[in-house]
Write a protein that binds this ligand. Structure first.
Ligand code: MG
Length: 159
């Protein structure tokens, strides 16, 4: 068994689409970043890389790489899922926490969890996404950005 944890945070800025767990969410602002700024997918990818002992996202997808500018973060997930398979492992379960003061994300939770499980190629039952506000405190509470945490457990693949 291999366990990994991931964390990411990005600033919220005007004039960018908001993409969370691979889903585009209607909002006046989006997350700043070299890629689409999807904090959930970045935390998940880092958790997987951590479990594999493969460093972090920045090592595999450097922000100095112009080819990755504006990249959809789903391609990071596709790459790390390939690494899980190459290591003869599979995801036993993944648990994520998204910290976002606004917009209200509960109506999108179903779609975000579905997309996450599809991108990872695992049954929905193995993926959990929790939505939290920061209770108005600090930078996250002032809606200056969003943050996400993830924990993943990898086990030997079945077949
Ligand atoms: Mg990031």
């Amino acid at each position: 068994m291999r366990i990994g944890q991931g964390f990411d945070s990005h600033r919220l800025v005007a004039g960018r689409p908001l993409v969370l767990a691979g889903e585009q969410i209607p909002h006046g602002k989006g997350l700043e970043g070299h890629s689409d700024g999807d904090v959930v997918l970045h935390a998940v990818a880092d958790a997987i890389l951590g479990a594999l002992g493969e460093g972090d996202l920045g090592r595999h997808f450097p922000s100095s790489d112009a080819a990755l500018a504006g990249a959809a973060s789903r391609q990071f997930i596709e790459r790390v899922v390939g690494m899980i398979q190459a290591a003869g492992l599979e995801i036993a379960n993944l648990d994520c926490t998204l910290i976002a003061e606004a917009p209200r994300l509960a109506p999108h939770q179903e779609a975000m969890e579905s997309t996450l499980s599809e991108l990872l190629g695992v049954p929905r039952a193995r993926v959990n996404l929790k939505l939290k506000s920061n209770d108005g405190m600090g930078a996250l509470g002032r809606e200056e950005g969003m943050a996400a945490l993830a924990v993943v457990l990898l086990v030997a693949a079945d077949g």
